[in-house]
Design a protein around this ligand. Structure first.
Ligand code: DHB
Ligand code: FE
Length: 283
């Protein structure tokens, strides 16, 4: 049976990938941010996940405005990265887990989530940056991935409540998987940021800190915000918080805080890490 061992929320600012490529982790601007990942490395070494199920948003690399699935799930043997215009080195492909992907697709569809299935899927910085942060140094990555894309780009966007329910459904589906797997669920994006328009550079620290707190012990009130509430409170791109809500939705057992950091700004973004331990409820 699959075991959900934890959840991780993490920002995915492309400039982080640029800093890694140039070896700037100890640079004064970057050090406080990268130091925040050390406890995550210790946790990964101890907890040894073998699969990462990652909620993220594609930013125009694989899906474009002409065809935009609300929810899409990878079902590939491997996921390639490609040059998306940020000047980041192209990452070697990420190993997939087609058996788990198809189990999730079957279970989600039966659970009334009609996801777009992708037997080919290019993954952008929202996947590559968290993976490079979790497993730095260019070594062989010890995990397979199942990417689940949520549309945060082309309105109308799925509501926070809907994304939380998607996470719940993914959690249920993982619990019914009959193969042994130690699963880490990741939510990639956020926290508050706005990249363009009159409020470019907008960051809302009190709102972010409230979200970090709620995500640990009481996430449901966060699902009552509308997308427009999130745009107002956390910026046009701050809506990426929905991936964190989906991650948290997947954790239906006992959740406790393992580690958290909040550092502003990285580029235009409030960069945050939230690592949660998860003990599944006994059936
Ligand atoms: C930035 C943040 C993002 O989430 C993103 O997808 C692209 C850029 C930034 O702050 O630069
Ligand atoms: Fe983003």
């Amino acid at each position: 049976m699959a075991r959900i061992i934890g959840g991780l929320g993490t920002s995915h600012v492309p400039a982080i990938g640029g800093a890694i490529a140039r070896g700037l982790e100890q640079d004064p601007y970057w050090k406080p941010f990268f130091d925040g990942y050390r406890p995550v490395h210790r946790w990964l070494a101890e907890m040894r996940p073998d699969v990462v199920v990652m909620f993220y948003n594609d930013h125009g690399l694989n899906f474009f405005l002409d065809k935009m699935p609300t929810f899409a799930i990878g079902a590939a043997k491997a996921y390639s990265n490609a040059d998306e215009g940020w000047g980041l080195p192209v990452q070697r492909p990420f190993k997939g887990d087609p058996a788990l992907s198809w189990h999730l697709i079957e279970a989600l569809t039966a659970d009334e989530f009609d996801v777009t299935t992708c037997q080919e899927l290019l993954v952008d910085h929202a996947v590559t940056v968290p993976m490079s942060l979790m497993w730095p140094g260019g070594r062989e990555r010890p995990v397979k991935i199942v990417p689940i894309a949520i549309n945060t780009v082309q309105h109308p966007l799925p509501s926070p409540a809907r994304c939380f329910k998607l996470g719940r459904a993914v959690g249920r589906a993982l619990e019914s998987y009959d193969k042994a797997a130690r699963v880490l669920v990741v939510g990639s994006g956020g926290l508050s940021h706005q990249l363009d328009g009159e409020r470019a550079g907008f960051i809302n620290k009190p709102f972010d800190l409230m979200c970090l707190d709620r995500l640990v012990r009481d996430p449901v009130p966060l699902t009552r915000y509308s997308i427009m509430d999130l745009v107002e409170l956390s910026g046009t791109q701050g809506v990426e918080l929905v991936s964190w809500l989906a991650m948290r939705g997947a954790l239906s057992g006992k959740v406790s805080l393992a580690h958290s950091t909040y550092h502003i700004p990285i580029s235009n973004t409030a960069a945050a890490i939230l690592l949660l331990d998860h003990q599944m409820a006994l059936a």
